[in-house]
Design a protein. Structure first.
Length: 171
């Protein structure tokens, strides 16, 4: 009898915990994006995006915190956001592991704090073309590789490999 009771309680706990998890599609399409994504932010000194980019050699491969506004959200999987802070005309992509963190589309225009590793991706010309085609496809635009023009700034991208984010309605 104790085994049956224990097994029943165990199954109920499993059922409840599985029931409460949202699918990736549901997370991507959440109406209210406010809240924490990933682990909790545990550093307090924030950097401007311009400071990071203009002094990249001092920050590459280090953990940083930025605060800003979400300009864009990956429309396919919510696996990246583009963030601009109030002090910088530039924006930076925050990339997370697909499916581990899903930023909701409704986050666009909201305030966000992001913690992660500041990094630089370097592309050859073919990779840069493929990346531009991929970004266009995410938005439903079809491009052919031959039609993509490459500028020197297309051969690299500064980004933050995100581990923690908090989205806010207001501040």
């Amino acid at each position: 009898m104790k085994k049956i009771l224990f097994f029943s309680i165990f199954m109920i706990i499993i059922f409840i915990s599985c029931e409460s998890q949202l699918s990736e599609y549901e997370m991507l399409n959440k109406k209210n994006p406010d809240g924490n994504y990933g682990s909790l932010i545990d550093i307090s000194k924030s950097h401007s995006i311009d400071e990071l980019i203009n002094n990249a050699e001092n920050y590459l491969n280090t953990e940083v915190l930025i605060s800003g506004t979400i300009l864009e959200v990956c429309p396919m999987r919510g696996c990246w956001i583009s963030v601009q802070d109030k002090d910088s005309p530039a924006d930076i992509r925050v990339k997370v592991t697909d499916g581990q963190i899903v930023f909701p589309l409704s986050g666009k225009g909201r305030k966000v704090d992001v913690q992660g590793i500041f990094s630089k991706l370097i592309f050859n010309e073919e990779q840069a073309r493929q990346w531009k085609v991929h970004l266009a496809e995410e938005k439903g635009v079809q491009l052919s590789l031959e039609d993509v023009e490459i500028e020197p700034s297309d051969l690299y991208e500064y980004r933050i490999i995100g581990k923690s984010a908090t989205i806010f309605s207001n501040r």
